[in-house]
Design a protein around this ligand. Structure first.
Ligand code: ADP
Ligand code: X15
Length: 403
């Protein structure tokens, strides 16, 4: 049962500040549609039908990354989903933004600039601290109420997620409500063994603590992607280093080395690491090496065939499987095998299954898998695995307190 106010509790015709999560892949500087746009468009359409005026707050990428881009393209994708004009202003709470907000009429939608381009959005700080920022104070005074629909970012204590409920009426949007309900129900379920968790993708720092926190319910972990390589590095293999200009490994290794080594030594018998990895050879073809043969100076882009076979067998014999993050760079067909073969194996069984992550869930559509073959496909990644641990999500906690 939800314990926060929802959009059902809103009176019609208000001026709303709506936080959504349309953080999406960016290819050659161009943002790509993912499942999040369609889901949030449904919330926005419902708000517009109730004669509200809507300003959208959202983030994209992280400062310093190639995916850190303005939200102009996001506004266009939202407009396509909504079938109506969506405004965009390249400003968050300065004069230009305030003028555009002032012009908003009932039934209008305006996308404000990438919240992470505002200095006060990051870093993570207590909600009370974020509530005092000029960013929050200024925008709060322009609206009647705040709606948080960004469940998939609710594990971050950033200003746009936790500041506003401290200073104005706050409500959960439809995506927030649906994901919260689904993920809370999963957390309360009990499964017969074996339960398998497949962890991959780039955000190792969100996943490493989870391994320790779910150790009483998850029997085995199949690792790939960046997180898998960092564990291989801890296991003494020459992988998991930044090469060819990548920026995935070394900072996460420096920050989490001790935990990775501890988790490996304490849970090693339950951690399945790749025995082989795939890379692009000099002819541009997919090639594979066993981890024993590996030399450092190569980017590995997928788990190899032997590893995929092992993971397919493990999920095939599971009562429940939880997936967060891709096992390889599935956006490139040559390196999609690990991710797609494991997802296909899950789809073929009747085990309870959840697939999460803004990027990872996209592989289901890209490779024509059927969403109905999974128990739940979440638009959230880090937030959903955090919810599985039973730990609260700060963005949800502040909504509950605001009730
Ligand atoms: N070995 C790898 N090298 C680089 N990127 C990888 C590798 N393995 C997986 N990825 C990337 O991880 C991304 C998904 O990771 P992440 O953003 O952490 O997950 P999600 O958004 O699904 O929660 C995919 O887009 C995929 O390309
Ligand atoms: O995409 C997100 O999380 P996810 O990759 O865990 O699904 C959220 O937008 C949070 O983004 P962040 O991990 O850069 O804080």
């Amino acid at each position: 049962m939800t314990t926060f106010q929802t959009v059902d509790d809103l009176e019609c015709g208000q001026r709303l500040l709506v936080r959504i999560d349309i953080n999406a892949p960016v290819e050659d500087g161009v943002v790509q549609d993912n499942r999040r746009f369609a889901r949030h468009a449904e919330t926005i359409a419902e708000l517009l039908a109730e004669d509200h005026a809507v300003a959208i707050l959202a983030h994209q990428g992280r400062p310093g990354r190639e995916t850190f881009v303005p939200l102009e393209g996001h506004a266009e994708i939202l407009a396509d989903h909504l079938g109506r004009e969506v405004g965009y202003v390249p400003d968050t709470f300065g004069e230009e933004a305030l003028e555009a907000i002032d012009d908003l009429d009932s039934g209008d939608v305006l996308v404000l600039e990438n919240a992470r381009m505002c200095e006060e959005e990051l870093p993570e700080e207590d909600p009370e601290v974020k509530a005092e920022t000029a960013f929050v104070r200024t925008l709060a005074s322009e609206f009647d109420a705040y709606v948080n629909d960004a469940y998939s970012a609710a594990h971050r204590s950033h200003a746009s997620l936790v500041g506003f409920p401290q200073v104005m009426d706050a409500y959960a949007g439809r995506v927030m409500e649906a994901e919260y309900t689904a993920n809370s129900a999963i957390q309360e379920r009990e499964f017969d063994s074996p339960v398998t968790m497949v962890l991959g993708g780039t955000k190792a720092e969100d996943l490493i603590p989870v391994i320790e926190q779910v150790d009483d319910t998850v029997d085995r972990f199949c690792l790939g992607g960046i997180v898998g390589e960092l564990f291989l590095r801890a296991d003494g293999h020459d992988v998991g280093y930044d090469v060819d200009g990548t920026d995935f490994f070394d900072h996460q290794w420096d920050d989490h080395r001790e935990t990775i080594e501890r988790v490996l030594s304490e849970y090693g018998d339950r951690l399945h690491l790749a025995s082989d990895l795939a890379y692009e050879d000099a002819e541009g073809e997919r090639a594979e090496k066993t981890v024993e043969e590996i030399e450092k100076a190569t980017s590995y882009l997928d788990v190899g065939g032997e590893t995929t076979g092992e993971y397919v067998d493990l999920v095939g014999d599971s009562e429940a499987v939880f997936v967060k993050g891709a096992l390889g760079v599935f956006e490139d067909e040559r390196f999609a095998d690990g991710t797609v073969d494991v997802l296909s194996a899950i789809a073929e069984t009747d085990c309870f299954s959840v697939v999460g992550g803004g990027d990872t869930a996209r592989s289901i559509e890209m490779y024509d898998l059927d969403e109905d073959d999974f128990s739940h496909v979440s638009v959230a990644g880090g937030a959903y695995v955090r919810a599985l641990t039973g730990e609260g999500l700060v963005g949800v906690d502040v909504l509950e307190q605001a009730d």
